[in-house]
Ligand binder design. Structure first.
Ligand SMILES: *Cc1c(COP(=O)(O)O)cnc(C)c1O
Length: 965
């Protein structure tokens, strides 16, 4: 009998394996890549590169990989365990209607969500314009002089405002007053941040702060229970007797109707932009904001987009002042914020562009009017209100009926907020309808309907005091008044996206940032209503789906890292570092060794490391690296001995930011531990480790992960991120709590984010990735990432110096981890061409530049990731080789040092098509240095952006239209 020609059932079932979609090179590609490196197999390469001493003992125990369809079905079942009720809880999170055009064309559009942080200004003009719109929106609504491009959330923004006030204010006091109606989670995060800095947080109702010294005060406007107070006189009195700084946490929707914080005398305004179109998502991601008076601008934390000019004198955007400032100022940086909330900020800015000032005001008026209608009706039912002045929130005395009313509400599909044992609060929002008001009133009227609207058809006065009504204008710039039809907005969004290079167009070979595939199936769940429409402070039983997601992801990430416990609360890597160092600090204190405050940090470290250490009150001692990029053991030993009695921790990155697997890592960990210190392993480079080695096994005590690097959450143009903090067994008691959500033991350190699960709504992305890859797929991804980096190194080795390669015999290119550093300093000497020139020239070739001058000045760091196909790697390699030939033409003198395609890059179409062409090279050489560019070409919208000009002439809001002329 003839054997069947059909594949087996198992083969047929495996045909849809996701890992083959996620990993770029196939078996044939892999064979060619290995042969270019000169190694027989992938396993042999990994054996040569990864030190045997750190290899993990066992494979990760993860559920077997599943298909995209099955994973989505499983996740849907988990999501369905969340119960989506109508939430009137407020407390910083409100229902909002994301306009469909924004949902589909930003939030669900890879052109926006796969973009990188706009460090390369020329290829980021679109998203920077959106961020300038965001800054303008915040400045206008708060009345402040300047605003940054987003904060991680409202609570951390308030904490950052506290330290901004401490740095720049004139008072010597260490007291920080917080009004007693500040959001509870904000108070909790502020307390967490204040403690290590020796600041005293005092909560008061107002008078006390007028009688005592303080360096700053934080007010909530409107208060958590809805009260709208005219703070103008109070602020004047506070300022008359103290030099303290006034910080106001303000609701942007309310500010369309009530006086701006600056008009009341505030110095700094903070808050969230969540209700401008970002779903609640159980707490995030949303863009927080910070705005301030002009005098504070040079110490404003976070990123700031400014207006500068390009090499042709045309207006262009760029990141100003603090660009990568932690990398330069390290422990003296204004904050440790790196990844922020760019994508949510773009959504919020476009919400304002779409609605315009009139539209926003109309939404706010409707909310305020419904609130007034509800207040009348509740009073008609015999309830009293705690205050009369309100925008969207009522504080209702409910006495003994509080619990029964809460329960009746839940039974009717409604969440109210327990303001205290005797009262409830109700916050209305954009999504509230007449039917909702009727349903709410029925709860307060034992199920019977109430005619609330009858008497008010012709309008009703809002509960906003007349003296607080806003008369100043806002959002007058044309950008907020032009794109109100959907067609117009659609094209505006497309026009901006087209200016930018994101992963949907080409590889982004950024070292340390792991710009890998963000698969569509991973992205789909984040806008499911079961995940998106949940309030973070809803009763726990309604969050059962999120709880399960948290548990599964935590278990899986423990498998990947070798740690015993994880908190998903930190909403960026920097926040994970902060939480991890807090755990180390709490550990030492629990043993009566609170004097241990020295934190050793190698000079190669990412700038967030020293910035975070400073925030927990540790003292940074820098240790040296040798010429191979490894930690200098002798220097480390000396410093351990010198600081033995006060050693708190070491922070190392593994593999290091130089892209090397230090073979001494175990020794280093043991050495530090023998002096009583704990070991922090920065996990940003986990893409070189997952499935191969686990920091919790080779000596780490604490790590943070960057789920937006290793575990597929897209960069979003600079956020959102998730930075889980992972710890060994004896540090589990010191992970962050979230006491305002009722979570945590006394030993836990305080909350580090506004929401218990931080950026909860993007966690499904990493869940999907791990579920679809399984243990083997994840390990293959790691090995392929290492293979690809070594392939790039091997192919470029004859053309460029590979910095810090391992010099491993038989490995062409010398052997690197998952990234390689190309040293361009020798070429600068021989040709005058700088690393920056090469970075900008790559734009002409259609590529986003690699990481420029980090961690070593004058170099480019390339991390290809496992997701790029061999074809794309070859396209990049061809570009780099061609660029090397261009440099050779400068070296040989056939092009001058002053006029060549490198120093003049990038070339805009306008320059290329100009009547006069005066350069010594041809237009073709400028535009089409390789033939494939004639098929597909990215045109830089601006010439090289002038960094210095932008900092000298700081403009951070939309330039007037006349400037474009
Ligand atoms: C990205 C990165 C960080 C900071 O993470 P964010 O999420 O941007 O805050 C810290 N350390 C290293 C090595 C990194 O690459």
């Amino acid at each position: 009998m003839l054997k069947s020609a059909l594949p087996t059932l198992a083969e047929l079932e495996n045909a849809s394996e996701f890992h083959a979609r996620h990993i770029g090179p196939d078996a044939a590609d892999e064979a060619q890549m290995l042969s270019a490196i000169g190694v027989a197999s992938r396993a042999a390469l990994i054996d040569a590169i990864v030190p045997a001493s750190i290899k993990r003992a066992d494979a990760m125990a993860l559920p077997a990989a599943t298909t995209e369809a099955q994973a989505l079905a499983e996740l849907k079942a988990i999501a369905s365990k969340n119960r989506v009720l109508k939430s009137y809880i407020g407390q910083g999170y409100y229902g909002t209607l994301t306009p469909g055009v924004i949902l589909r064309n930003i939030l669900e559009n890879p052109a926006w969500y796969t973009a990188y942080t706009p460090y390369q200004a020329e290829i980021s003009q679109g998203r920077m314009e959106a961020l300038v719109n965001f800054q303008t929106m915040v400045t206008d609504l708060t009345g402040m002089a300047i605003a940054n491009a987003s904060m991680l959330d409202e609570a951390t923004a308030a904490a950052e405002a506290m330290t901004l006030a401490l740095r720049t204010g004139k008072s010597k006091s260490k007291v920080f007053y917080v009004a007693d109606d500040v959001l509870p989670q904000t108070l909790e995060v502020v307390r967490t941040r204040a403690e290590p800095l020796g600041l005293e947080v005092r909560v008061c109702s107002g008078d006390e702060a007028l009688q005592n010294d303080s360096f700053a005060v934080l007010l909530q406007y409107p208060g958590v229970n809805g009260q709208v107070r005219n703070y103008a006189d109070w602020i004047a009195q506070y300022k008359a007797r103290s030099q303290g700084v006034v910080i106001v946490a303000a609701d942007l929707l309310a500010l369309t109707l009530i006086k701006a914080p600056a008009e009341l005398g505030a110095d700094i305004a903070v808050g969230t932009t969540q209700r401008f179109g970002m779903p609640m998502g159980a707490g995030g991601p949303h863009a927080g904001y910070m705005a301030c008076r002009d005098e504070f601008k040079r110490s404003l934390p976070g990123r700031l987009v400014g207006v500068s000019v390009d090499s042709h004198g045309k207006q262009a955007y760029r990141l100003s002042l603090q660009t990568r400032e932690q990398h330069i100022r390290r422990e003296k940086a204004t904050s440790n914020i790196c990844t922020a909330q760019v994508l949510p900020a773009v959504v919020a800015s476009m919400y304002a562009v779409y609605h315009g000032p009139q539209g926003l005001k109309r939404i706010a008026q409707r909310v305020a009017t419904y609130t007034a209608v509800l207040a009348h009706a509740l009073k008609g039912l015999g309830f009293t209100l705690a205050h009369e002045a309100s925008f969207d929130t009522l504080h209702v005395h409910t006495g003994a009926k509080t619990e029964p009313l809460l329960a009746a509400a839940v039974a009717a599909g409604i969440n109210l907020r327990r303001a205290c044992a005797q009262s409830l609060s109700i916050s209305l929002d954009e999504s509230t309808t007449r039917e909702d008001i009727a349903a709410l009133l029925a709860v307060f009227n034992a199920g019977k309907t109430v005619d609330a609207f009858g008497a008010h058809e012709n309008g009703v006065a809002t509960l906003i005091p007349a003296e607080l009504l806003r008369s100043s204008s806002y959002l007058t710039h044309p950008v907020f008044n032009r794109y109100h039809s959907e067609t117009e907005l659609l094209r505006y969004l497309r026009m901006l996206a087209d200016k930018d290079l994101a992963l949907d167009r080409s590889m982004i070979p950024l070292g340390s940032c792991t710009m890998k595939l963000n698969a569509t199936s991973e992205m789909i769940p984040i806008t499911w209503p079961e995940f998106a429409q949940v309030h973070p402070f809803a009763p726990q039983d309604q969050l059962a789906g999120y709880t399960e997601l948290d548990q599964l992801l935590t278990t899986w990430l423990c498998q990947a890292t070798g740690y015993a416990g994880i908190s998903l609360q930190p909403n960026a890597g920097s926040q994970g570092e902060y939480a991890g160092l807090l755990a180390i600090k709490a550990y030492h204190e629990s043993r009566g060794e609170g004097h241990r405050k020295i934190c050793l940090i190698p000079e190669s470290a990412h700038g967030t490391n020293p910035a975070s250490a400073q925030m927990v009150g540790m003292q940074v001692v820098v240790t040296k690296c040798d010429k191979e990029g490894n930690i200098d053991l002798a220097d480390l030993k000396a410093k351990c001995e010198q600081h033995s009695a006060s050693l708190a921790a070491i922070m190392i990155t593994y593999p290091s930011t130089y892209g090397v697997f230090d073979i001494h890592v175990k020794e280093i960990c043991q050495l530090v531990k023998s002096h009583g210190g704990r070991v922090y392993v920065d996990g940003a480079n986990m893409n070189a480790l997952v499935g191969v080695a686990a920091p919790g096994e080779f000596g780490g005590d604490v790590s943070h992960l960057n789920l937006h690097k290793t575990f597929c959450i897209p960069h979003g143009g600079g956020g959102p991120g998730v930075g889980p903090v992972c710890v060994v067994e004896d540090l589990v008691p010191f992970l962050p709590a979230h006491r305002s959500a009722g979570l945590g033991q006394p030993s836990n350190v305080g909350a580090v984010s506004a929401a218990p699960l931080g950026n909860a709504a993007v966690l499904p992305i990493s869940w999907m990735y791990i579920r679809m890859m399984g243990a083997d797929g994840l390990k293959a991804a790691t090995e392929t990432a290492i293979l690809s980096a070594n392939y790039v190194a091997a192919r470029l080795a004859g053309h460029y110096d590979i910095h810090f390669s391992g010099n491993i015999a038989g490995v062409k290119g010398g052997g690197v981890a998952h990234e390689c550093i190309l040293d361009l300093r020798p070429l600068k000497d021989s040709s005058g061409v700088s690393a920056e020139d090469v970075a900008k020239r790559l734009i002409d070739y259609g590529f986003h530049a690699p990481t420029l001058s980090f961690p070593v000045a004058g170099t480019l760091m390339v991390e290809p990731t496992e997701s790029e196909s061999k074809a794309e790697l070859d396209r990049f390699i061809a570009a780099m080789i061609q660029i090397r030939q261009e440099i050779a033409q400068v070296e040989s003198g056939s092009w001058s040092r002053e006029d060549n395609p490198l120093v003049n890059a990038p070339h805009t179409a306008e320059v290329l098509l100009a009547q006069d062409w005066t350069h010594s090279y041809s237009r073709e050489a400028a535009a089409y240095p390789v033939a494939s560019l004639r098929q597909v070409k990215y045109w830089s919208p601006v010439g090289r952006v002038d960094n210095v000009y932008g900092d000298r002439n700081l403009v951070c809001s939309c330039p007037p239209v006349s400037d474009y002329a």
